[in-house]
Structures are given as structure tokens and as C-alpha cells.
Design a protein around this ligand. Structure first.
Ligand SMILES: Cc1cc2nc3c(=O)[nH]c(=O)nc-3n(C[C@H](O)[C@H](O)[C@H](O)COP(=O)(O)OP(=O)(O)OC[C@H]3O[C@@H](n4cnc5c(N)ncnc54)[C@H](O)[C@@H]3O)c2cc1C
Length: 449
């Protein structure tokens, strides 16, 4: 009998591991369970299908079960849900939803990639049909049907995180009047409030109503009740963040850590022999804060899944951790962040200097030159870069990758000023905004020594 790798979860955390393991271990039997109807899909693309930029949901599917079967010899079973894990018997109880039957499947190696669950606070009316989440392709399909049926004039997005903002853009593109309500002081609470305020302001410029510091207290048909009044709504889209979907693992006795995410080491091993995990269900190590954190991002899930698969396949790979990089776009507004915000730097015990510079994305005289604000945090005395945030227009946000690279390399702001970054008028001013910000930060560090 060949050894069996059983994978729970049919998206990157699970399937990147399954595919890598297959490449290295042709002898393994690999079975993957996915409770939904699709495997290897891009949830990240959902806002762009709902908004109409991408023409259909099928474009978001990278690999279907027949592709896994024919090209990878992976038995990917959709609408098959893992209901319970028995670590002593090394079996999983599986519910086959299509055929209404339950069976047990043994495993030699188990890999868990169950992803995240959207937060659903206990608010009256949360389950009404006009209140929708946006997590799976099923959700996306439902929203698309609603868009096609028409009448989505008043759309309320609850939550000011990147998913809420991307969905706000989607409904603006569909011609809706969109209101974003968040109980945070500004949208994008993963930025410092001063940078978040720029995003709130930018959204208002895109004709989106933004109501910050306002909690939603209930839903009734066609109405959103907030603590400051009522809003009419044909549709409510929830973007309230996610929690690790780790209950199945935890109930089986797999240890969990920060925010109940599955505890893993750098090779994606859980503390249980032969049990691995990757993606939104598990922890990550933060290289700047130097501690375990919970980050739910596709970039991380793909990398962790790959690392787990290499190791399961007998190779050696580690996931060195995250530096906290994320990027998003809202209409013509672009946002990027990496490393620590001021609040996070304080919590991690750093003392820092901070600079914020205004510049342009292209040479000032070149058509399309747009504003960009770059904020840097550098450690006092050493000058080591601790974090960066960018808010601007087209061409702004991807500059965050230079700063993420600098963070990963442990560079000081002085080191960054010496980087040989590219320049031509259509792409940047002769002093790129990153270099201007680094130079200012280096001067500030020098002055404070
Ligand atoms: C609208 C939206 C936009 C996003 N945009 C971005 C972006 O721009 N950039 C970025 O980096 N990230 C983005 N993300 C996040 C990214 O999609 C996730 O981080 C990534 O999908 C995580 O992969 P995963 O495999 O860990 O989890 P998931 O993609 O959630 O996959 C987990 C799978 O496991 C299945 N499952 C769960 N429990 C069981 C069970 N018991 N049995 C069988 N199957 C089970 C689920 O059905 C699911 O298909 C976005 C997410 C959303 C929702």
C-alpha cells in the first residue's frame, strides 16, 4: 500500500502543498478534500469580477479537480468536507455533501489548509438575505447574480479593511451609491491613522460616502442601523476581517497559538508528528516584530503551502516569515504598507523616528504625474528601517516592494539612500519618492544621535 497524504482544503494553503509533494514523491497517494465546489481559485480576484473588470468567475480558477487528477495524480474531491480528525486512529471523518454520505479516510501524513472564516459579530439581522459576506466563489456568484438582477442602487459596505474597500470600488463601478461604515477612526486600520485619513479622504473624492467611528448595531430589511442613525441599503457587504479556521485541528488536539491559529514551525510542521499546516489557518513569524503573528494573505498561503509540500516530499524548505507587506487599490487610489506601523513599533518595544514626504509618481512635468505620500519609520540611533506606508495615485503603491526588500535585508534608511533605483520621467522624479523619504529619515536619525 502506498503512503497516503491527506490534504484538507482545496486552495493555495492546501493545494500548493499537494502539488509540491507530488513533484517530489511520485509514489504517494494524494487525496485532497474541499468542502466547496471549486479548487485552486483566486478569492483575491472576486472584487474585480463583481465590479466587471474581469469577465467571469471561471477566470479565477487556476486548477480544477480534473487538472489535478490528470496532470498531478491528485484525487481532489469537491463538496467533501472533513468533519473530524482522529489523530490516534490516523483517520478523518468525511462528509460527501453531493451524495449525502459519511465515510472515514485513513492517512499517513495529514496537511491542513482550511483557511480563514469571516468574522460575524452578533448583530441583529446579520442573517437577512440582503446582508452578504465575500469570502468564497459561492459568495461572489451570489453577488454577481444580485448585480445582474439590478436594483443595487444603495450599497453599504460594513468594515474599512482592504476587502471592504475593494468591494466598495466594485459597486461604484457598477454604478451604485456606496457608503462604507467602520467603527475604526479611519478606514484601513492596518495603516497609521494619519495615512488612513488620507485614504478616507481619497474615497470621498471617488464619491464614496465614508462614515468612520460609527458602529453598526443592526439590520432590518432595506435598512442598516448604526449608532448614529439609519442608512438605506439594497445590499450590505460585510468586510469585517477574518479569523483562522482552526477549530477542526484544535478539536483533534493540534496546538494553536496567536489568535487560535494553528501553531507551526518554520517548516510548517505542527507539533503533532506527520501533521502539517499552511495558509490562513495557521500562524506566521513576523521578522521585524520578532514574534508569531496571524496574517491572512494569499502571498503567505502560497509560500507556506509550497514549503510544507517540499518538506512533505522529503526535501528541506523553511518559511522565514513575513514583514507585513500588503497592497490594495481603490478606484484611482493606491495603498501599500510593510513592516510596523507606529502602534506596532511601540508594542514591539522600538523607539523610532518618523518622516512623511509628499512627492509625485512621475517627473512633475510628465503627463500623469500624480501625488504620492511616503511615510517611513526608522529605529532611533541605528536608523534601521522598521516600516513604511504609501498612499497615492497610479504608480504609487508598488514602490512598497523596494521598502519590503530593504526591511527583509535589515537595511538602514542611510543604506536606502544609496540604492541605485531606476529613473526616467514617465516612471519617477529624478529622486524617487522612496529615496527622498529615506534621505529625510536619515537626516532625522543623524540629528537625533
Ligand atoms: C475578496 C478577497 C480578496 C482578497 N485579496 C487578496 C489580495 O489582493 N492579496 C492577498 O495576498 N490576499 C488576498 N486575499 C486573501 C487570500 O485569498 C487568502 O489569504 C488565501 O486564499 C488563503 O488561502 P488558504 O488556502 O489558506 O485559504 P482559503 O483560500 O480560504 O482556502 C481554504 C479552503 O479550505 C476549505 N475548507 C475549509 N474547511 C474545510 C473542511 N473541513 N473540509 C474541506 N474543506 C475545507 C474551504 O472551503 C476553502 O476552499 C483576499 C481574500 C478575499 C476573500
Amino acid at each position: 500500500m502506498p503512503e497516503r497524504l491527506l490534504v484538507i482544503g482545496g486552495d493555495p494553503g492546501g493545494m500548493a502543498a499537494a502539488s509540491q509533494a507530488r513533484r517530489r514523491r511520485p509514489d504517494l497517494e494524494i487525496v485532497a478534500l474541499e468542502k466547496g465546489r471549486w479548487t485552486s481559485y483566486s478569492a483575491c480576484g472576486i472584487p474585480y469580477v463583481v465590479g466587471g473588470t474581469v469577465s467571469g468567475l471561471d477566470q479565477l480558477i487556476a486548477r480544477s479537480p480534473p487538472v489535478f487528477r490528470d496532470q498531478f495524480r491528485i484525487d481532489a474531491r469537491t463538496e467533501h468536507e472533513a468533519m473530524a480528525i482522529d489523530l490516534d486512529a490516523r483517520t478523518v471523518e468525511v462528509r460527501d455533501h453531493a451524495h449525502q454520505r459519511t465515510y472515514r479516510l485513513g492517512f499517513d501524513i495529514l496537511h491542513i489548509g482550511t483557511g480563514a472564516l469571516p468574522r460575524r459579530p452578533d448583530i441583529p439581522g446579520m442573517n437577512l438575505p440582503f446582508v452578504r459576506g465575500v469570502q468564497t466563489l459561492e459568495d461572489a456568484d451570489h453577488l454577481l447574480q444580485m448585480v445582474k438582477a439590478g436594483g443595487m442602487e444603495e450599497v453599504v459596505v460594513v468594515g474599512g479593511g482592504y476587502i471592504g474597500l475593494e468591494m466598495a470600488e466594485a459597486f461604484v463601478m457598477r454604478g451604485g451609491h456606496v457608503t462604507v461604515v467602520t467603527n475604526s477612526p479611519e478606514v484601513m486600520a492596518t495603516l497609521d491613522p494619519d495615512m488612513g485619513a488620507m485614504v478616507s479622504e481619497g474615497m470621498r473624492g471617488e464619491r464614496i460616502e465614508v462614515r468612520c467611528g460609527e458602529a453598526v448595531i443592526g439590520f432590518e430589511d432595506g435598512i442598516v442601523h448604526t449608532e448614529k442613525g439609519d442608512l438605506p441599503a439594497d445590499l450590505v457587504v460585510l468586510g469585517l476581517g477574518v479569523e483562522p479556521n482552526s477549530k477542526l485541528a484544535a478539536e483533534a488536539g493540534v496546538a494553536t497559538g496567536v489568535r487560535n491559529a494553528i501553531a507551526v514551525d518554520r517548516r510548517q510542521r505542527t507539533p503533532v508528528d506527520g501533521v502539517w499546516a499552511a495558509g490562513d489557518c495557521c500562524e506566521s513569524f513576523h521578522r521585524i516584530a520578532d514574534r508569531q503573528v496571524y496574517v491572512a494573505l494569499g502571498t503567505v498561503a502560497n509560500k507556506q503551502g509550497r514549503v510544507a509540500g517540499v518538506n512533505i516530499g522529503g526535501g528541506y524548505a523553511t518559511f522565514p516569515g513575513v514583514v507585513g507587506t500588503a497592497i490594495t487599490k481603490l478606484c484611482s487610489l493606491e495603498v501599500g504598507r510593510t513592516g510596523l506601523t507606529e502602534r506596532e513599533a511601540l508594542a514591539a518595544g522600538f523607539q523610532y523616528e518618523v518622516v512623511k514626504v509628499e512627492s509625485t509618481t512621475r517627473a512633475g512635468y510628465y503627463p500623469g504625474a500624480a501625488p504620492i505620500t511616503t511615510k517611513l519609520l526608522a529605529e532611533k540611533r541605528s536608523g534601521r528601517l522598521l516600516g513604511a506606508q504609501i498612499v497615492g495615485r497610479e504608480g504609487a503603491a508598488k514602490r512598497i516592494d523596494v521598502l519590503a526588500t530593504a526591511l527583509t535585508a535589515g537595511m538602514t534608511v542611510e543604506d536606502i539612500t544609496a540604492l541605485d533605483l531606476s529613473y526616467a520621467p514617465p516612471f519617477s522624479p529624478v529622486w524617487d519618492p522612496v529615496l527622498i523619504a529615506a534621505r529625510k529619515a536619515a537626516e532625522r536619525i543623524e540629528a537625533s544621535r
